[in-house]
Design a protein around this ligand. Structure first.
Ligand code: GLA
Ligand code: GLA
Length: 689
């Protein structure tokens, strides 16, 4: 029996719509600020993230604070029934601070101290920056903590990057001392010290990885990445001390990112750790819609993947904190969303669990680097503007979706994503430099389920596996014995596990397992991978599976069979006719191994059998063709079904059960035509669980 309860992540029982509002750019233009408040209502917006980069407006000189302008903004937004997500301004700081306290400036990995400028460039360790941010945050919490418009806290902005200054070196050495319990021998063992005579005889010799120093000790690199995540979280934890103290009821988030416009999860911080420290996960999504290298549907699939990862981090709704209503300014080509795409792409976020649609930014800047970045209000200040109109349409649509605020949906399928393993794999000097593509490999598996509207959670290695029927673990290069044991119990208890090439090669220190593949993995899969063959870009092999032949590139693993059953074989090279795909019954469950990197069609056919076996079905009763995606959110009594046309053509979809359109109130049954980029949101009363 599924549980369809609600988890409100903020006190708002409505969909948030709005975005980054930077009135500090317009303090000399009171007429603009007055217009903003009027336009906010007309745009059907209700929530604004304020103060993100406002430190120099809040504290123009050390110790001299100016909050009056922010008081007015709070009151004005409140006067139209709006809410404020109040940011702490640590993402950028005033010049006076860098000048007076140069230790706040970052030092890069080549040990070059950065000048003041840009943003997101402070040292995470510097005690003075930690003091200054706490001081500022305390003032903000004291002044606005009980303001009725305050909805939540937005801590800093898009934390990222790293610092290699002396303070950070000291902190890193302390971190490794704790980890290795003050035992230098353990550190040298873990980092494989004797290789190239890299044994340390004193902790003080340890330096963070650097292009002018050490960069090839994989254990060091991995620990450094972990330290960077921990130190970033520690900085964040320091920021929120006064906030938790003064406003314990107000939820806290910080905006996460994706990496590049190609849409893979953000790589350099381990969000599985960070998520434990926030009340709500939020993220900034900027997919390059209408690009010239992939279909709209493929990009939509990738957005779905990250959404399902970030939602699964806390298994609760998340927030879309930033997106653009039209275009950005930092892609290689900054193309506008075509009519309809704004509503469609916004609703896709909601369909996957977002309780908001928020933008960067409310009003286009007049100068500096973001003056041509899309915004709700353009330089023309006009409500007739196409973008403004489309934003208002999103607002109206969201107003009909209050019932699903706080709702999630269950999944029987999970794909495991691991930041640490990705770091270690990318660091591994071996395989193909450009072909590891761990996140993209996961997306390839995810895609099969996305195409069939079967809900997927993208989970991390510490999460509970037991509620899933199918667990997919592609390319999990780094596996601790603990993870291996957890996978083993999952299969033993009746779960179905799928694993691929380049999995389980090293432990949590990035040290290989001796004596071949781990014994427990051999037990689960009934085989042993013995060699991984890496291909040049033009090399191909093929796998024969159930009478069909599938193309293979990049990787092929040669398998030594024990008790596994062969399902597919390689067709060429010195391992022709040897096993490429296997299945194995292990206790109550089943484990499949896919030895090579195969074309999409293989994954479709391979999972089809498993879907049948495990009765994995589409969650909706909507039939459709390729490029249409259907996602569901389960309200307590009904399902909200999002039917989204990610193609450039009309698509006929079939509602097999009667549903009600949320925007028009229309009853729908049977065939309905969806225009290019059209989204229909329908409600279906639930009769059974
Ligand atoms: C060189 C070095 C060896 C080893 C090999 C690897 O020949 O002398 O120590 O690194 O490259 O191919
Ligand atoms: C990021 C930042 C914003 C803005 C946008 C532009 O998400 O957080 O301040 O620069 O990018 O796309």
């Amino acid at each position: 029996m599924k549980n369809h309860h609600k988890t409100y992540t903020t006190n708002a029982k409505f969909m948030l719509h709005g975005g980054d509002y930077n009135p500090d750019q317009w303090l000399d233009h009171p007429e603009i600020l007055a217009d903003d408040i009027k336009l906010m209502k007309l745009a059907h917006t209700n929530t604004f993230s304020v103060g993100i980069f406002a430190w120099s407006a809040l504290e123009p000189e050390e110790g001299k604070y100016h909050f009056e302008w922010l008081d007015d903004i709070f009151d004005d937004i409140h006067s139209i029934g709006g809410k404020v997500i109040l940011a702490t301004p640590s993402g950028a700081r005033p010049a006076w601070m860098s000048e007076k306290y140069p230790e706040v400036l970052r030092v890069n990995s080549s040990r070059v101290k950065q000048l003041h400028g840009g943003r997101h460039n402070h040292c995470f360790t510097a005690p003075v920056y930690r003091e200054k941010t706490q001081e500022m945050n305390r003032k903000l919490a004291e002044r606005y903590g009980s303001h009725p418009a305050l909805l939540m806290w937005h801590i800093s902005n898009e934390y990222g990057g790293e610092c290699h200054c002396d303070q950070c070196q000291i902190a890193f050495r302390q971190w490794i001392k704790n980890k290795y319990q003050n035992d230098l021998k353990s550190l040298n063992d873990a980092w494989w010290g004797p290789f190239w005579s890299h044994t340390y005889s004193d902790w003080s010799q340890v330096e963070s990885p650097s292009p002018i120093g050490e960069s090839m000790v994989h254990g060091l690199n991995l620990d450094w990445r972990r330290f960077v995540t921990d130190q970033t979280i520690s900085f964040y934890e320091n920021e929120i001390v006064p906030i938790r103290e003064l406003t314990p009821e107000v939820p806290i988030t910080t905006n996460f990112m994706a990496d590049t416009f190609d849409l893979i999860p953000f790589q350099s911080l381990d969000y599985s750790k960070f998520a434990k420290h926030v009340d709500v996960v939020s993220w900034d999504a900027y997919p390059a819609w209408h690009n010239d290298w992939e279909s709209t549907a493929n990009l939509a699939m990738k957005v779905g993947f990250i959404n399902d990862l970030y939602r699964s981090l806390k298994q609760q709704p998340f927030l879309l904190m930033e997106s653009t209503p039209s275009l950005v300014n930092w892609h290689s080509v900054n193309k506008a969303k075509r009519p309809g795409m704004h509503l469609l792409s916004s609703m896709q976020m909601v369909a996957h669990g977002s309780d908001s649609v928020m933008y960067f930014q409310w009003r286009k800047s007049r100068g500096s680097s973001e003056k041509f970045h899309g915004a709700v209000v353009d330089h023309d200040n006009s409500t007739n503007n196409r973008v403004f109109q489309e934003v208002a349409q999103v607002g109206k649509t969201l107003e009909n979706l209050s019932d699903i605020v706080g709702t999630n949906r269950p999944a029987d399928v999970a794909i495991l994503y691991d930041w640490e393993s990705n770091w270690a794999l990318n660091d591994a000097q071996g395989f193909g430099l450009d072909t590891k593509r761990y996140p993209q490999t996961l997306q390839q598996h995810y895609k099969v389920f996305w195409e069939k509207d079967i809900p997927v959670d993208v989970i991390t290695k510490e999460q509970d596996f037991s509620s899933y029927k199918l667990l997919i673990v592609p390319m999990l290069y780094l596996m601790s014995e603990e993870t291996i044991l957890r996978l083993k119990s999952f299969v033993a208890a009746g779960g179905t596990l799928v694993m691929t090439y380049i999995s389980g090669l090293v432990n949590e220190y990035d040290l290989t397992y001796l004596g071949g593949w781990h014994k427990d993995l051999q037990d689960i899969f009934g085989l042993k991978p013995v060699e991984t063959d890496t291909y040049y870009p033009k090399d191909r092999n093929y796998v024969e599976y159930k009478g069909r032949t599938y193309e293979l590139k990049d990787y092929a693993t040669i398998l030594e069979l024990n008790t596994a059953t062969v399902k597919g074989v390689y067709t060429a090279d010195f391992y022709a006719n040897t096993p490429a795909v296997t299945s194995h019954k292990y206790e109550e469950g089943k484990a499949y191994y896919i030895g090579g990197r195969l074309e999409d069609q293989f994954q479709r056919d391979f999972y089809e059998e498993i879907m049948k076996e495990l009765a994995l079905e589409s969650v909706s009763s909507v039939k459709h063709g390729e490029g249409v995606s259907v996602q569901v959110r389960n309200a307590p009594e009904s399902d909200f079904i999002f039917v989204m046309n990610f193609t450039e053509e009309n698509q006929v979809v079939t509602f097999e059960l009667p549903v009600t359109d949320k925007s028009t109130g229309e009853e729908l049954l049977g065939d309905v035509s969806l225009e290019k980029y059209e989204v229909r949101i329908v409600e279906k009363k639930r009769t059974t669980n």
